[in-house]
Design a protein around this ligand. Sequence first.
Ligand code: SD4
Length: 326
Amino acid sequence: MTTRRNFLGTAVAVAAATADATLFAQDAINEKPMRPLVLSTWRHGVPANKAAWQVLSTGGTALDAVEAAARDSESDPDNMSVGLGGRPDRDGNVTLDACIMGPDGNCGAVACLTEIENPASVARLVMERTPHVMLVGEGAQEFALANGFTRTNLLTPKARNEWEKWKADHPDAVRERQVNVENHDTIGIVAVDSAGDLAGACTTSGMAWKMHGRVGDSPIIGAGLYVDNEVGAATATGVGEAVIRAVGSFLVVELMRQGRSPAEACREAVERVVAKNPDWKELQVGFIALDKAGRIGGYAIQPGFEYAVHDATGGRLETSASRVSQ
Ligand code: SD4
């Protein structure tokens, strides 16, 4: 006789087996770990990884590689969620968030930075030239200008037009948190170099039409990015508030420390995000991770998440497994 408890048990087992099969397949892709290797969120990770690969393939460090990848996306005006050309906040200001973390555990970050095209490079200087981890707003801009960066108008005509249209369509909008494949472009990058050292960077203009002063997960060490040179590195994309609540990237790395593969760790962290955010069905959050051996993985709440990989065999785009099926 099938009792309700039996039925539920079977249903849960089937669901778990299906998810495991997806992850198993993903782990199989990565059964030959490679070093050096660089992994970046989304499709624009492909050109960004190429910039990183120029560094890694010539014996450069993972730290230099992730910075090169971040700069590639930041300076691309067609990437509308990072650096130059990023979508503004609801008042029309382009405000940038970024962080970087190296193999020695040192890290730097900037948040709500305006008029500076390459915030990940400013974050690197915060790490290297100050006793602090994070500078925000005016202070971050002053620091950047004092260290050789120049002012740039980051609001491109295309982004301004989109903002004006959004304002006209949403006269009362306070927040618009839905993030889908089309407006999702934050870049998070993790890399391992030929010496086996890890580094990561994450850079974004944040959620389009956010409240002025809003900071997401991307510049927050542990949320948008985490690197532990003994274990691995992880970075996040999606609705930052949901990632911050679960301290997502730190969680992924800690799960790898406990023995999960990068793919399993990303899935478990997504489950935690789901558990901490009752509105998860309306949210997209994705993680990518890399372990010390060069094995990789990714997982997202919604379908449509892609990540780019580059190693000695070349560059490729992977479609991430997701909690919600296609
Ligand atoms: C944020 N996590 O500011 C970023 C947004 C993002 O792809 O990832 N977009 O919340």
